[in-house]
Design a protein around this ligand. Structure first.
Ligand SMILES: NC(=O)c1ccc[n+]([C@@H]2O[C@H](COP(=O)([O-])OP(=O)(O)OC[C@H]3O[C@@H](n4cnc5c(N)ncnc54)[C@H](OP(=O)(O)O)[C@@H]3O)[C@@H](O)[C@H]2O)c1
Length: 264
């Protein structure tokens, strides 16, 4: 099978104002991608758009708003239609988390995390499917997490949202194969972004196991681009993430016992 060409593709990147989304947007910019960038923080998005242009992309379209707003999702679809070109790539990257025990947390915490990380992501994808259908070699890149393979305490809502994203990606991959849209799952482990300062709720300063060593977001983005080009179904960047996913698959009982130490 030939490699997927990403040069000059038209792509939507959600959560492009920082971290992994910013790094993926800039890696695509180096391939002169036409970018539609979205997130809530306008200033940060403008900085990323300017840097993308400096790296070779045509002037990106910036669409500011909350992914959970149906109006924002429609504006993203409209932005694609305004270009008169099909959508080649949808990068579903926006995400949030919280730290603390489920029993002590609010219903709003569960609702927000599932909405941003799963429901609104799926709804944006529903709008994007007809726009992707006209492209030569279209793909959807869903940014999951190793915690979509294995739930851990103090992160229950986040783990559930990423497990949902993973299962939905598998189902969608089969549903969209017939129309030639590929669905790829990116499964990062800890990544050195501002993710942990953006938590929507934090019941303790530090998780019981501390902060594991993370990868730079640029390395995660490079793995994502390479995996897309090589038509991988799932991309797991770095050895730590690979070991975690393998242990989750092969030794769930051992993982259960290890995790129990960190419960309430
Ligand atoms: N960092 C890690 O260790 C790690 C590990 C595995 C997976 N991931 C996943 O990687 C993805 C990116 O996270 P990151 O590490 O790059 O963290 P980040 O720097 O906090 O980036 C999250 C992005 O999502 C956007 N976002 C959050 N809520 C939003 C909302 N309601 N509407 C629109 N945009 C929203 C943020 O933009 P605004 O604030 O400007 O809206 C930001 O651009 C997430 O899906 C995360 O779950 C991260």
């Amino acid at each position: 099978m030939t490699r997927r060409r990403l040069d000059g593709v038209q792509a939507i990147v959600t959560g492009a104002s920082g971290g992994i989304g910013r790094a993926i947007a800039l890696a695509l910019a180096e391939r002169r991608a036409g970018l539609i960038l979205t997130a809530r923080r306008p200033n940060e998005l403008q900085v990323v758009a300017a840097e993308a242009e400096r790296r070779g992309a045509p002037p990106p379209t910036v669409v500011v708003g909350d992914l959970t707003d149906a109006g924002l999702r429609q504006r993203l679809a409209d932005a694609v239609e305004l270009t008169d070109k099909p959508l080649d790539l949808l990068v579903n990257n926006a995400g949030v988390s919280a730290h603390g025990l489920f029993a002590d947390a609010s219903p709003e915490r569960l609702a927000t995390i599932v909405d941003v990380n799963f429901t609104s992501t799926a709804e944006l994808t529903r709008l994007a499917i007809p726009l992707l259908t006209g492209a030569d070699d279209p793909a959807i890149l869903n940014v999951g997490s190793i915690l979509g393979h294995r739930g851990i305490p103090h992160n229950s809502e986040y783990c559930a949202s990423k497990a949902a994203l993973r299962a939905w990606s598998e189902a969608l991959r089969a549903e969209l194969a017939g129309v030639g849209i590929d669905v790829v799952l990116l499964t990062p482990g800890t990544t050195n972004t501002d993710f942990f300062s953006h938590l929507i709720d934090r019941q303790q300063d530090e998780l019981p196991w501390g902060t594991p060593q993370g990868m730079p977001p640029e390395a995660v983005a490079r793995a994502a681009i390479r995996g897309l080009e090589r038509r991988r179904r799932e991309i797991i960047p770095g050895w730590r993430a690979k070991v975690f996913v393998l242990a989750a698959r092969l030794a769930p009982g051992l993982m259960d016992r290890a995790m129990r130490r960190y419960g309430g």
